[in-house]
Design a protein around this ligand. Sequence first.
Ligand SMILES: Cc1ncc(COP(=O)(O)O)c(C=O)c1O
Length: 374
Amino acid sequence: MNSRLKKLRSYPFEKLRILLSNSIIKNINEKENTINLSIGEPKHNAPTCVKEAIYKNICGLSIYPSTKGDPNLRNVISKWLEKRYEIPSLDSEKQILPVLGSREALFSFVQTIIEPNDPESIVICPNPFYQIYEGAALLAGANPYYINFNPEPEKNFSYDWEKIPEKVWIKTKLLFVCSPGNPAGNVMSLDEWKTIFKLSNKYNFIIASDECYSEIYYDESEPPLGALQAAYLLNKDNYKNLIIFSSLSKRSNLPGLRSGFVAGDSKIIEKFLLYRTYHGSAMSPVVTAASIAAWKDESHVKINRALYREKFDSVVPILEKVLPIQKPQASFYLWIKVPILDTHFTFELYRKKELLYCLAVFLLIIQIAKTIYE
Ligand SMILES: Cc1ncc(COP(=O)(O)O)c(C=O)c1O
């Protein structure tokens, strides 16, 4: 058995399940119409154009797909990137690769990058972070190094990259960044990108930019800056050592489709494709047709943003009366500073709700008893 498996930590949703395992509330969730705020799963509808594309192309189930992906899809993605980030068109043969959602790509990417015989390799993870970064690094035999974000919203949850010691940079093979960030929704500035690109040039590490929340933002006139766009604006040579990870899961409410792409440095994409040929994650023609329909259409994405805007406008005024919160720059999370330990806070919320529920049941029983005896 792979001894590295022992290094994996339990997933946050598993921790939450254990924390609340004795609560009766979880059993009445549906009846109570409570909103599940645990897993970040979109609750808006999948776009009609995507469903239609699936019906029309269902015969694709009989075909073995290629790992490199359909050229038509790669072209559509290239056009999308060009328009969204105002950058010159990427070479869809060499600089773009469809993947089955960003999660599997983030994982398999680390396995491609990390030299298995080097016990010293470091993978830098922003903290707090999407746990796949850490698990992928550990299973590849690398050592995760965590850089905490500045917890103050005034500092935009940014990172003090200069505080990472030189001895760490020297061993760094890969740096993860997530912008818009999970969980704070912060967007990295051009200045921050400048610092990271400079460090990557100096220490020759690869940057994996997780951008799965790039299309959930609140000011239509100010879409979040992306890594390719920053690289273009800063004259970075051909996206050297840079790969972005994008996804339809949040943009188009399609987490069940499993569709995304990676784009950037062609030399890295070539090796990643080689790895994936054996890894075996080619996109089905049905998912490909659905993805083409989704990337070509922006109207459902605008509607999606409007729905999130409405939700934030409803919930922020309620919560800000009791907790210090602010609307995120992008993404669909509210990262709230709670006055006590977060696990304790969650547990107490459930306990209070439980007490109210028990009280309601008790009053109902008295009411029924009274009706019977009267
Ligand atoms: C930061 C971050 N990256 C990547 C993913 C993976 O998304 P998907 O695999 O659906 O593209 C998620 C999912 O919630 C996420 O929060």
